[in-house]
Design a protein around this ligand. Structure first.
Ligand code: AN7
Length: 335
């Protein structure tokens, strides 16, 4: 069952409204024993890469695109570091709408680009960064009857808050939630979801060191990080995110690319969980900064590792070349 059907009474949709769904949500929440050992506390992983297009964006996109259809929109547009583009393209295709996505040229992971193109979206490679792309699509959506499906769209947050419901349904209670932060829509959505359920876990947000405006308290003009999904220098949901950190008695901190990659490899090799680099920032942050006195922590792994095969191959071991005879195979396998 998709999110809108499952949580209709807590979402701004009425029975009979058009629903564009790929049966998103209901993602696994798995206990991470190796991470728990390293962190010295009980750690669960919310595997948002198990959504239909491989990221948490599908939760918001089912709502944003359904609302766009309800309003009679014919086209949707977004700026994106990749995952929003892939998700918007998929849901637009499913709804029979035109999709356009503006991405920073050369700075989005290969899998996300392949998705947006395969779903038939017009993919515009901007010679600029995400922050510039977002400013431009906001202007464009004001001038033309095109639905903007970035997380400045309130329906996106409504859909994404359902992840908090699922975590609470599965665990009853938790002390802290660790989450990567880019444009700051997701942490804002979790906080909304938790409050609606009268739950107040500490929210710990983590940004990449080279793209950490919320940590520095000022926009970053030229954000950099290997975690391209969160290469964002001026988050749209800045105030809401800061309110989530202070209101929950959590906080926001930075992690280096080296710490992100360490967590990325550790999760794959020791937990059997392959997430993309940006997602690993949640675990990297927990390992680097802790979660204070939290006894039960959930780390949100926002996107699937297959999104970014190039970073994976650059971080993984090499293949073993082998001649097709039994002696050579024996040597290769048993060495
Ligand atoms: C895997 O796709 O901003 O703090 O344009 O893809 O809600 O922005 C992606 C963000 C974390 C950060 N993890 O979430 C986009 C985009 C992954 C992401 C984030 C993103 P927000």
């Amino acid at each position: 069952m998709g999110l809108i059907a499952r949580y209709q009474e807590r979402l701004p949709f009425a029975p009979g409204d058009p629903v564009v769904s790929l049966e998103e949500g209901s993602t696994p929440l798995v206990l991470a024993e190796r991470v728990s050992e390293r962190a010295g506390t009980e750690v669960w992983l919310k595997l948002e890469g198990a959504n239909p297009t491989g990221s948490f964006k599908d939760r918001g996109m089912t709502c944003a695109v359904s609302a766009a259809v309800r309003e009679g929109a014919e086209a949707v547009i977004c700026a994106s570091t990749g995952n929003t583009a892939a998700s918007a393209a998929a849901y637009a295709a499913r709804a029979g709408l035109t999709g356009a996505v503006i991405v920073p040229e050369g700075k989005i992971a290969t899998g996300k680009l392949a998705q947006a193109l395969m779903h038939g979206a017009k993919v515009i490679a901007l010679r600029g960064n995400f922050d510039q792309a977002l400013k431009l699509v906001r202007e464009l959506a004001e001038r033309h009857p095109i639905a903007l499906v970035n997380s400045v769209n309130p329906f996106r947050l409504e859909g994404q808050k359902t992840a908090a419901f699922e975590v609470l349904d599965a665990l009853g209670e938790l002390d802290a939630l660790c989450i990567p932060v880019g444009n700051a829509g997701n942490v804002t959505a979790y906080w909304k979801g938790f409050r609606e359920m009268d739950s107040r876990p500490r929210l710990f947000g983590f940004q990449a060191e080279g793209s950490a405006p919320l940590v520095h308290g000022a926009p970053v003009e030229h954000p950099e990080t290997i975690a391209s999904a969160i290469r964002i220098g001026n988050p749209a949901r800045w105030e809401e995110a800061m309110e989530a950190f202070t209101g929950s008695h959590g906080g926001v901190a930075a992690v280096s690319d080296a710490q992100i990659l360490d967590a990325y490899r550790f999760l794959a090799a020791n937990e059997g969980v392959f997430c993309e680099p940006a997602s690993a920032a949640s675990v990297a942050g927990l390992l680097a900064h802790g979660a204070r006195d939290a006894e039960r922590v959930v780390c949100v792994l926002t996107g699937h590792g297959l999104k970014d095969p190039q970073t994976a191959l650059s971080q993984a071991g090499a293949v073993v070349p082998c001649e097709p005879d039994i002696a050579a195979v024996e040597r290769a396998v048993l060495a």
